[in-house]
Every structure is written in structure tokens, then in C-alpha cells.
Write a protein that binds this ligand. Structure first.
Ligand code: ATP
Length: 662
């Protein structure tokens, strides 16, 4: 390992908290195969050819068979061409007048020309079929990865190891395509080699082992270089990921505002340069090592080639090889040498690509293992009650639980509000209710059935979620609203109702292409939206889903005051029409619309009741409510508890009060 790999630079330390390159220990932990014995690689060739054939067979049998037939034909034609060349030479070197010798050689010459044309035709046919096969195999590999990735449990998807593997696996989809190309080349190399070796053996048996001596050093060199590259890619993967992310940040329009106003650009650019300096040094190291290996392999191989020609000369001088056969042998030696080194190179590429494919296999296996279980007891009808009984949940890799011993009841047709300080566990609780995370302990039931026993797809089907970090999909206005129920995307009446619910109908009318306007700046015809407008689209989307449980996390954070009041009225109306609403908000005046309010503090429910009841109880909710209300009074303000600065401040207010009381 070089000192460059050991050193951690400022960019790594400051921006990412430490070294971004994988060491031996973590590679072992993550089961990344950094070392591959040479014999294992060679031994896997038949399995890899079979794997390539199976992948091709699954997507396009006709093209696969065409490639195989064309390659076998090509190899056979090459062998016949070589034998015919030998015949030509034999005829030309025979005794008698020149015109007679040329006449005698003519049929063999025609065979040489014919096989050359045939080889060209078969090469074109094979290339055509392989060209059809490769993109289909890549597409299948990529669909395989994505279809499994979208089923991974959210908690696992957030796990760094899973994320890393999924990103590595993306190389595997490209590798699947390349694997086909290299498999074809290996097949061709093997067939041509067998043909040429057979011709050589016919000419003189000693020529073949000598040839192997020339090819092996070069092949070994190629393999060493490729393994070094693979090892480097694996080690530097996180480095590549953060560099890509950093360059995206420097290019994208959203970070551009702070980048310019805070003059972050030059600083990040400096850090980016430091990172690229590291990777350039690694590239230089690889290039230098590759050149050294090539040189050593070339020298050994060159000496072996010299030896082969020397043996050929000796055989000729000693009369063990006729002149014509020596001529053919020279051709065959040249042909076979390049075939052999090409073959070894392609075997190596084949193996190298298979390692990436192996990453894809590992990612798919992990995704399967961590998938949301299919099946289970299906939910029928609309749930009458959701209940949490002593539910606790800790995020993967975190020491403290995000939710501790929470019990609550959400009957159908009610609005249940979750309030509390930042980080008190509201969003986590909402995601638990939605079935996105499973409790570590306690029971979460839908109509009495534990969520673990339920068919989670039927749970999701009943949920509409407006996430706190709601997504602005880079699609058309229509897709932005209908994405949760794409099968009803052209139900114009439903679309209109959702637009009215979220108050985007007026906005749609002003868009250049109405519902078909692309809501993404930076594309032709794309339209930008304000933060509040984006939030309205998220609300419209949740409404369009027409689900029985609506979970809205800070649904009005980006809305103006009038819209905020209106949205809370509409949310109340949703519950009145029989839906269940879980509402998370810091606007304590607005939770008046809730039937029950649960106040959370550090993952625990510390109070619950309706708005008036909680105010009358004079607890932490009442204190936080007063804190917010006082902000609207005239004159200089004095917060009741210094330091209670969060929007809701419920928990902080309660803790201050305890301190004061104590
Ligand atoms: N994906 C995550 N991975 C690890 N920890 C998380 C994750 N999301 C939240 N947390 C942690 O869990 C705790 C509860 O977070 P949560 O988002 O539920 O709080 P919240 O009450 O919704 O906060 P806010 O009012 O700021 O939205 C916090 O300590 C937070 O750091």
C-alpha cells in the first residue's frame, strides 16, 4: 500500500469525517474480494461462458444461437484457410515449371480466398447478433437490480453497507453487457486457437508448447494489471462517490444560491481539487505499475518468441520441416501468438467483468434478504383503528432509540396530531404507522392484526403520505399528482378534485402546457415552482391517492398564513369524510382541528388529550402554546423560559419548568 493511500487529506477529514478509501479490514468485513488467485480465475471460465450464454438465452435466443454458430464457423473457416495456405505453399515450392506450379496451387488459392470471404461474413454476422444481444442483457441486468432495490426495507436502504453495495452493483449492469462481448471474444479465441494449434501440431508437434511459452507471460501480465485495477476501484469507491456528489453540488442550481451568497464555491472547489489530486496520484500509480508489468511480460514473451523462431530455423536446417511447412508455420505462429494473447486478455476481461456482475449478484441477494416480505395477511376494507402498544424503535447504527414505549390509538375518521420538539420522534412515529419501519418491540396493529403479520403492500395501499421532506418529482404536473395511482392518471374529474383540494388548479391553468408541463427547471419547456407550490403538489398527490390513512408531516411549512388555515380545514374535512389523519405540525394553534394531540419528548409521549384539555392541564403543551402565542402580542417579548426557541418548544418548555420547579 502506498503512502498516498495511507494519508487522509483535509478534504476527507473536513467534509466527510475521515478516510474515504477502504482498508483490508473493512474489505474483509464487507466481503469485497480484493484478492483473486490466478487459478481460480482460469477455472471459472467455463462457468462464466455458461453464465453469459444463460443471460443471452434469457433475452434473445435467436441472436445467441447466431453468435455461437457464426463464431464456430469463423474458427473452422480460419483453420481450413490455414491448411489451404499450406497446400498453396506446397504446390508453389514443388518442382516443375512455374506456370504448372501456379496452376496446381489455384484450387487451394480459391479455398484461401473463399475462407477469407466467409470469415469476413461470419465476423460481421457475429458482431451484428452480439450487438443486438448486449443491450438486451444490460437492460435485463439493470431491471433485475432495480426491481429488487425498490423492495428493500427502508431501514436497510439507509444502512451504509446496503447503499454502498447497491451503488457498486450499478457497475454490474454495464458489466453484464461487456461480459457478452468478452464471452464472444473468448469463444472465438478458443475456437481459432484450437484450429491453429491443430494445424501447427500437424506441421510439427514441438511448435505448440513453444507458442504457449510466448503467450503465458503476456497473459499473466494482463491479468495482474486488471486485478490491480479492480482492487483499486473497490478501495476507492467511496472516494469516487463523494467526488461525484461534490461535483454535482458545484453544478446543480439548488446549492448554487448558498454556494454563491456564502462564497462556498471556491472553498469546495479547493477541496474537490484535493480529492482529485489523490485520485490522480492513484491513477498514476496504476499506470506506472501497468507499464512495469507490461515491460516485464513483454520481455519474457519476446524471448520466448525468439526461441520459437530459432527452433523453427533448426528444424528447417536439420531437414525435419519442409520449406513449405515452415512458411505455413511462420504464418500459424504469428496467427496463434496473437490469438493466444488475445484469448488471455479476453479471459481476463471476462473475469474482471464477472467480478462486477458478482457485485450485482451480491446486491440482489442482499436486497432479497432485506426485502419487504411479500404475502402475509391482506388488509380488507378500510381500517377502523390503528393502535400502537408500547412501541420502541432505534435507527440502525444509532445508540439512542428514536421512539420509546409509545402507546396510542387512532380511530377511523379522527385527526391525531403529533407535536414536540425537533428530534422528538414525530416523523419516525409517522413512518412506523405507515409501515415504512417496523417496531423493534411493542405492537403496532391495524384492526388488531400486528403489522408484521400483514401483507405490507395492502398496508401501503391504504396510506397517503406527505413527507416532511416531500419530493418534487422531476416529471409533468399530471405525473406529480397521479404518481401514487398511475392507473387513474387520466381520471380528469379526480385530478380536478385533488387540484382543488391543494389549491393548484389556478396554477395549472397558468402553466404553458397545463397538466402536461414538465415541473423541472433545466429541461426544455421545464417550469420551476416555488417552495409553497411544490408543497401544494405534494398535498394534491396525497389527496389523489384516495387512501384511508393520510399522514401529513408538516404539511404547511412552506405555505402562507391564509393557505395554512385553509389546509388545516381541508385536512379536518378529510377525517370527517371517513379517513384517518395523522398530522405532524409545529403550529400549535392549528392542531385545534385534531381530536387527540400526543406530545412527544425525546421519543416518549409525555401528554395527550384534546386541544382545550391540554391547555387546561397547564402542562408542557400549554407552555409551548403560550410561547408561540406571545410572539403575536404587541411590544417587546420576554420568553417565559429563556432558551425555548423551537417552533413548538413543548419538551424544552417542560424541561425548563421541571428545572425551575426543582
Ligand atoms: N434516517 C434516520 N437515521 C438515523 N437516525 C434518524 C433518522 N431519522 C431520524 N433520526 C433520529 O431520530 C430521532 C427522531 O427524529 P425524527 O425525525 O423522528 O424527529 P421529529 O420529531 O420528526 O423532528 P423534527 O421536528 O425536526 O422533524 C432524532 O434523534 C434523529 O436524529
Amino acid at each position: 500500500m502506498t503512502s498516498d493511500q495511507e494519508q487522509t487529506n483535509d478534504a476527507e477529514r473536513e467534509l466527510f469525517g475521515g478516510r474515504l478509501r477502504m482498508d483490508e479490514a473493512s474489505a474483509r468485513h464487507e466481503q469485497v474480494p480484493l484478492e483473486i488467485p490466478f487459478h481460480r480465475m482460469a477455472g471459472r471460465v467455463p462457468a462464466l461462458l455458461a453464465r453469459s450464454a444463460a443471460m443471452g438465452w434469457a433475452v434473445d435466443r435467436v441472436s445467441l444461437v447466431t453468435v455461437a454458430v457464426a463464431e464456430v464457423g469463423r474458427g473452422t473457416a480460419t483453420a481450413f484457410g490455414l491448411l489451404a495456405t499450406n497446400e498453396v505453399l506446397v504446390d508453389l515450392f514443388a518442382g516443375g515449371p512455374t506456370p504448372d506450379r501456379v496452376r496446381a496451387a489455384l484450387p487451394s488459392l480459391l479455398v484461401v480466398a473463399g475462407t477469407a470471404v466467409l470469415v469476413a461474413l461470419l465476423t460481421a454476422l457475429s458482431a451484428l447478433a452480439a450487438g443486438r444481444l448486449e443491450p438486451q442483457v444490460e437492460r435485463a441486468a439493470s431491471l433485475r437490480l432495480l426491481s429488487h432495490a425498490i423492495r428493500v426495507e427502508l431501514a436497510d436502504l439507509e444502512d451504509a453497507r446496503v447503499r454502498r453495495l447497491l451503488e457498486t452493483a450499478e457497475y454490474g449492469t454495464d458489466a453484464a453487457r461487456r461480459l457478452i462481448g468478452h464471452a464472444v471474444a473468448v469463444l472465438n479465441g478458443l475456437i481459432s486457437l484450437v484450429a491453429a494449434a491443430w494445424v501447427l501440431t500437424v506441421l510439427h508437434p514441438i511448435l505448440l508448447p513453444l507458442l504457449l511459452l510466448t503467450a503465458i507471460p503476456k497473459g499473466y501480465g494482463t491479468v495482474r494489471t486488471a486485478r490491480r485495477v479492480y482492487r483499486s476501484i473497490q478501495r476507492w469507491l467511496d472516494h469516487v462517490r463523494v467526488r461525484r456528489r461534490l461535483s454535482d453540488l458545484l453544478l446543480a442550481p439548488d446549492p448554487a444560491r448558498e454556494l454563491r451568497a456564502h462564497a462556498v464555491g471556491p472553498h469546495l472547489l479547493r477541496r474537490y481539487r484535493e480529492l482529485t489530486d489523490q485520485s490522480t496520484a492513484e491513477q498514476k500509480r496504476l499506470a506506472l505499475a501497468a507499464a512495469g508489468t507490461d515491460l516485464a511480460a513483454g520481455a519474457v514473451s519476446g524471448a520466448a518468441t525468439g526461441g520459437t523462431y530459432a527452433v523453427l530455423g533448426l528444424l528447417l536446417v536439420s531437414g525435419h520441416l519442409p520449406m513449405a511447412a515452415a512458411g505455413t508455420a511462420v504464418l500459424a505462429v504469428r496467427n496463434t501468438t496473437s490469438q493466444l494473447s488475445g484469448l488471455v486478455r479476453n479471459v481476463n476481461y471476462l473475469y474482471e467483468q464477472s467480478l462486477y456482475l458478482l457485485d450485482l449478484d451480491r446486491a440482489v441477494a442482499l436486497a432479497r434478504e432485506r426485502a419487504i416480505p411479500a404475502g402475509g395477511r391482506p388488509l380488507t376494507g378500510q381500517p377502523a383503528v390503528l393502535e400502537l402498544d408500547d412501541v420502541s424503535f432505534t435507527y440502525r447504527g444509532q445508540a439512542a432509540p428514536a421512539v420509546t414505549g409509545v402507546s396510542l390509538r387512532i380511530p377511523r375518521g379522527s385527526v391525531v396530531a403529533l407535536v414536540g420538539d425537533n428530534g422528538s420522534g414525530k416523523s419516525t412515529l409517522a413512518k412506523l404507522i405507515a409501515g415504512l419501519y417496523l417496531p423493534d418491540s411493542g405492537r403496532l396493529t391495524w384492526d388488531g392484526t400486528d403489522i408484521r403479520e400483514l401483507d405490507r403492500d395492502t398496508v401501503f395501499d391504504r396510506v397517503a403520505l406527505v413527507d416532511q421532506d416531500f419530493l418534487k418529482w422531476p416529471f409533468t404536473a399530471r405525473a406529480n399528482v397521479t404518481l401514487g395511482r398511475p392507473e387513474r392518471a387520466h381520471d380528469e374529474a379526480a385530478l380536478q378534485r385533488s387540484a382543488e383540494f391543494a389549491d393548484v388548479d389556478g396554477l395549472i391553468r397558468t402553466l404553458p402546457r397545463g397538466w402536461d408541463t414538465l415541473l423541472e427547471r433545466g429541461f426544455h419547456g421545464g417550469q420551476g415552482l416555488s417552495g409553497g407550490q411544490q408543497q401544494r403538489f405534494a398535498l394534491a398527490r396525497a389527496h389523489f391517492r384516495d387512501a384511508s390513512v393520510v399522514i401529513v408531516d408538516e404539511p404547511t411549512a412552506a405555505l402562507d398564513a391564509a393557505s395554512e388555515i385553509e389546509v388545516f380545514h381541508r385536512i379536518r374535512a378529510l377525517a370527517d369524510s371517513g379517513r384517518t389523519v395523522v398530522l405532524i405540525t409545529h403550529r400549535l394553534a392549528s392542531v385545534r382541528c385534531a381530536d387527540t394531540i400526543y406530545v412527544l419528548d425525546r421519543g416518549k409521549v409525555i401528554e395527550h388529550g384534546d386541544h382545550d384539555g391540554l391547555l387546561a392541564a397547564q402542562g408542557s403543551f400549554a407552555a409551548a402554546y403560550r410561547l408561540q402565542a406571545e410572539q403575536f402580542r404587541d411590544g417587546p417579548q420576554q420568553p417565559p423560559y429563556a432558551g425555548a426557541t423551537t417552533a413548538s418548544g413543548a419538551g424544552q418548555a417542560s424541561r425548563r419548568r421541571e428545572d425551575l420547579d426543582g
